[in-house]
Each structure stands twice: as C-alpha cells, then as structure tokens.
Design a protein around this ligand. Structure first.
Ligand SMILES: Cc1cc2nc3c(=O)[nH]c(=O)nc-3n(C[C@H](O)[C@H](O)[C@H](O)COP(=O)(O)OP(=O)(O)OC[C@H]3O[C@@H](n4cnc5c(N)ncnc54)[C@H](O)[C@@H]3O)c2cc1C
Length: 406
C-alpha cells in the first residue's frame, strides 16, 4: 500500500481545489443554505465537465474510469469546500455512489437514459429505499412490483429521499427498492428487487419537501408510486437480488461520505485554528489555553486517523473491484467503520469549533453551525444510521450468528 499520490491524482486535486474556490466559496455555500433547495445546477454540471461526477463509471460507459481512491480524494476536496454537506451528499455520495451502482446493474436503455446525462451533471440520480415504516431494515420494504407482460407495476411510498426536487427540475430518477414476492417462503431479503424509476413517470407523486435541520441546499422529500409502469429493462440485474445490490450501493456511497467528512473536518480545524490564534481573552490568544489547544490537537490526531482509515478502505475497495482481492463483506466492515467515524468526527469537530467561538460560533457569521447541522444527517440516518454501521462491523467481527435481530 502506497499513499504517494500519482501525478494525475495531484492534478485532479489541484484543479478541483481551484474549481471549488471559484465556484463554491464559503459565501456561496451560505447563500445556498439560506436560499434553500434545489441545489444550483451549475454545480453538478461543472463537476461533470471536470469528469469527477460519477468519475468511477467505466470509460466504456462514458465515465472517467477513476479508481475509488481517486474519487475519495475528489470527495475530500468537495467536503473541504462545502462543509454544509449538501454538495457532498448530492454530487458525491448519492450521484457517484449510486450512479456507479446503477450503471453496473442497468440495461443499455437505462444507461443511455439516466447514467450518461447524470455523469455530465444534466440529470439527478439517487436512491429511494427508506419508507414510512423505517429505513434501517432494508429487507422489509412494503412497496411492491408486480409483473404485467413485459412491464412491471410499482406501488408504495418512500420517505426522506434526497434530491427529489432536483430530479424533478433537472430530470432524472431513482434506484427504487421494492418487494417482488418472488420467494414467498424464503427470507424477506430474497424478495427484494430494484428498479429504475424516472420522476416523470405517470403515477410518481412527490410530496412537499421536508424542513430539514441542515444540508438545506439539497431537498429531501417523500413520494408515492401509484401504479407506476416501467419496462422490463428498468429492472436492475435479477429479480430477488435487489437487497445484495443495494448493500453494494450503500458501500459505494458511504466511502465517499466518509471521504467528504475528512475534508470537512480539515476545513473546520484550519478555520478554527485561525480564529483561536487571533481571538484574545484574559490578555492572550485563546489558543494558548490548554482547554482549547488540547481539544484542537486531539481533533487533529483523530482527523489523521480518519484519513488513514478512509484511504486504506478506498484502496481495499479498489482491490475488491479490480482484483477480487477482498470479500465484499470484509470491505463493507471497513466502509462502515469509515462512515461511522467520519460522521461522528465531523459533528464533534463542528461542535468543538462552535465552543471555541463562543457566541459567534452559534451564529451564522461563521460556518461551524452549518457544518454541525449538515453532517448530523449522516449520523442520524443518511446512507445508514450510526448503529447500523456498528451492526455491520459486529457481524464481521463476531460472525453472523451474533446478528442481534436474527
Ligand atoms: C438528510 C437525509 C437524507 C436522506 N436521504 C435518503 C435517500 O436519498 N434515500 C433513502 O432511501 N433514504 C434517505 N434517508 C433516510 C435514511 O436512509 C434513514 O434515515 C436511515 O436508513 C434510518 O432509517 P430511519 O430514519 O427510518 O430510522 P429507523 O430505521 O427507524 O431507526 C431509528 C433508530 O433506531 C436505530 N436502530 C434501528 N435498528 C437497530 C438495530 N438493529 N440495532 C440498534 N439500533 C437500531 C437506528 O440506528 C436509529 O438510530 C435520508 C435521511 C436523512 C436524514
């Protein structure tokens, strides 16, 4: 394992840093938060032009064929710029993680209709798994798909789905998990299948967006499917395999969220450090006080631990896809450690920085409260709640017989 960046990776990082400074400086991130969704579409388009949106899609399918390590570096740069996490969520975790997975299991029709425009930033693609009955148990979705000749009829309801407004404005659709009841006597997860559902399909009924605590430039909404009819080509892979593909999609998104968290924590510490060196209390810079300095140093150590964890895991992810070197479940264990630690550390660093600033940290004069609210989304639920990451790690460490819900 060698963490020396190649010339190409250095170049991608450098051009992306410049692009972010020009296109999403902190003032614009704040403006986007204040304006609310939909996310301005010049962002995905710009990233698409750079070839880093859904960069891991293979070249033969129109992507850049980036490896996961390089895509993680991209997510880190975006996390550094957009600490509200809206752009990281929309463009990196959701579109890239799920875009790669959609492309892997899609028919040529869906690749042409959805993947190719999405990787140019012209359409939105995302994941619609969560239902009003719950999100953590991915094997228990109540939405259904029934076969009707060479079509499928989908019914059901999804909640807290990122990007519905964006998809309606830009065009696009979702990876939608449903129960196909193909193995009624088998375990529930073997009845799960996944389909591509465009948001302009007849019977696709979006709800009003939620008033979320953070990530305000990106919408989350529910939607209902009332006899939505999609052709056979919209089925991903095989009937009854949707649960397994979905787990792969979550892994692909989670590694990028954690990489985004690395950038965010770095930015919080860089900006926080500047503040504590300048701000004086009791006649000296507050950075001189152990109570503050030690918190900074401890966070710095944790940041470097997270970075190493993410880099190693992204490398493992490449080994898995390129060389079949690690079992998917082993990589999932590492990815869940990244997702859990990344979300936790981003929230913790924002929380500490808000305290260093005192009252100013509690206001929108500084970006730390925005980072706190945005990154909390990954701790409570987005792309899997923290406890669910612990379940994945526990399953791999102790064995399947220790899964608590079985
Ligand atoms: C901002 C945001 C964006 C989102 N975007 C999307 C999206 O694009 N697509 C999508 O499909 N979903 C999305 N979600 C939903 C997300 O996937 C769910 O929040 C998540 O899966 C958890 O499901 P839930 O909220 O229904 O909580 P529940 O499943 O009801 O869980 C509630 C609590 O119980 C804990 N818990 C559950 N089971 C166990 C267990 N066995 N052991 C220990 N603890 C347990 C959970 O960790 C959680 O703390 C988004 C969520 C947020 C906040």
């Amino acid at each position: 394992m060698d963490f020396t960046l190649t010339n190409e990776q250095e170049l991608i990082k450098e051009s992306l840093r410049e692009w972010c400074e020009r296109n999403i400086p902190m003032e614009r991130i704040r403006e986007m938060e204040t304006a609310g969704h939909p996310l301005p579409d010049d962002i995905p388009k710009g990233l698409g032009e750079l070839g880093v949106l859904m960069g891991t899609v293979p070249e033969e399918d129109g992507g850049s064929g980036l490896d996961w390590f390089t895509q993680a570096l991209v997510a880190e740069e975006i996390g550094y710029a957009d600490i509200s996490a809206a752009t990281v969520a929309a463009c990196m975790a959701v579109m890239t993680g799920w875009g790669y997975t959609i492309n892997k299991y899609a028919s040529d029709k869906v690749k042409k209709e959805a993947v190719v425009p999405a990787l140019k930033g012209q359409k939105f693609i995302g994941i619609a798994a969560t239902e009003p009955g719950g999100g953590s148990d991915v094997s228990s979705h109540k939405s259904t798909a029934k076969k009707d000749g060479d079509h499928w009829i989908l019914n059901g309801e999804k909640t807290f789905i990122s990007g519905v407004e964006e998809a309606r404005k830009w065009g696009g659709g979702y990876w939608v998990n449903v129960n196909t009841n193909n193995a009624p006597d088998g375990p529930p997860h073997k009845n799960m299948s996944a389909f591509y559902v465009p948001v302009d399909a007849e019977g696709f009924e979006p709800d009003e967006p939620y008033r979320d605590a953070g990530r305000l430039a990106l919408s989350t909404s529910g939607f209902r499917m009332e006899n939505v009819r999609v052709p056979e080509e919209n089925l991903f892979g095989e009937v009854g395999r949707g649960f397994y593909y979905t787990m792969e999609g979550f892994d692909n998104a989670r590694i990028l969220i954690a990489a985004g968290n690395v950038g965010t924590v770095q930015r919080i510490l860089d900006d926080g450090m500047e503040y504590i060196k300048e701000r004086e209390a009791f006649g000296r810079p507050i950075a001189k006080f152990e109570g503050i300095q030690f918190e900074l140093v401890e966070l710095y150590r944790e940041l470097e631990e997270l970075r190493l964890l993410v880099y190693k895991t992204a490398w493992m992810q490449d080994q898995r896809y390129q060389n079949n070197k690690f079992k998917p479940t082993e990589v999932a264990k590492w990815i869940s450690m990244c997702k859990w630690k990344g979300a936790e550390l981003a929230v913790k660093a924002a929380d500490r920085a808000m305290h260093w600033l005192g009252a100013a940290g509690y206001s929108d004069e500084y970006p730390f409260e925005m980072a706190w609210r945005g990154n909390m989304s990954y701790s409570v639920g987005a792309e899997g709640a923290k406890n669910i990451q612990k379940l994945v790690v526990g399953r791999e460490l102790l064995g399947k017989e220790y899964i608590p819900y079985k």
